[in-house]
Design a protein around this ligand. Sequence first.
Ligand SMILES: [Zn+2]
Length: 292
Amino acid sequence: MEKLSTLLAAGILALVGSTTPGLADGPKIETRKLGENIYAISALHYTSLAVIGDKGVLITDTANPYRASLLAKEISKLTDLPVTKIVMTHEHYDHVGGTEVFPKADVIAHENFEMFMDQDPLGLLPDQIDMTFEEKLTLKMGATKVELSHFGPADGTAVAVVNLPKEGIVVTSDMYLENALTPGWALTDSNLLGSRQILNELASWDLNHAINAHSNNTDPALLKASAQFYNDLYDAVFPEMQRLAKEDPRQLVKRVLQMRQEVSLPAYEQWGNYKDLPDYVQKMGFAIIHGG
Ligand SMILES: [Zn+2]
């Protein structure tokens, strides 16, 4: 599973603005049809949803200018219609660049996105957000209903879960990988209680495809397996936190740091990045006693 951490690292690297392909054959682009007028387009370590409506196309997470130009080319093979809506799954800078490649598009994001507009030293965020929502926003793209929902923070704060209810398709970002833990270093802005809550919610839905921004595998079983992982992690950490919170709260921080070394989850030993489990234990422990 070395590959997965490399993929994520490459995603972060894209953030610093490498605009050259660097590959002799050009980057590999994979487009899969998930339903009528609905596609998953994978390129440069990100997968975007594309929904073709009557007057334009909705896409998610352009990522960066170079990838956005690849998306534009790929979409032009599917339809003559312009991209008119870009939905941001969250505010992390490696997901949000390149919107200028689609001048006719409105950028749509959760309202928390606005908080980061003045906290962006590298200037990676789009210049403006054209539409925000608080809890839920429904968009019509031809015959396809696209629902955006905010369940709270998870990986990032302006988290928008994209849902096509009729087709049983959801899009999430950075809450799980394919039978692997996200590398510990990439959890810097992850709220594990939030990711657990959202994945459990989505695991209860009747899904045909779960698009995960850094994977080209849309099997909902991967989402469900990760929801189970978060539950097992929580169950390994919470009872001790609950006991100490009652008996001696002064011991909580020390105990989290001890448990970092003690907790194992043998069922996930074969998962990629399992060696980073201590980072998860620590982050879950602090999420429970401190928040965030
Ligand atoms: Zn992220």
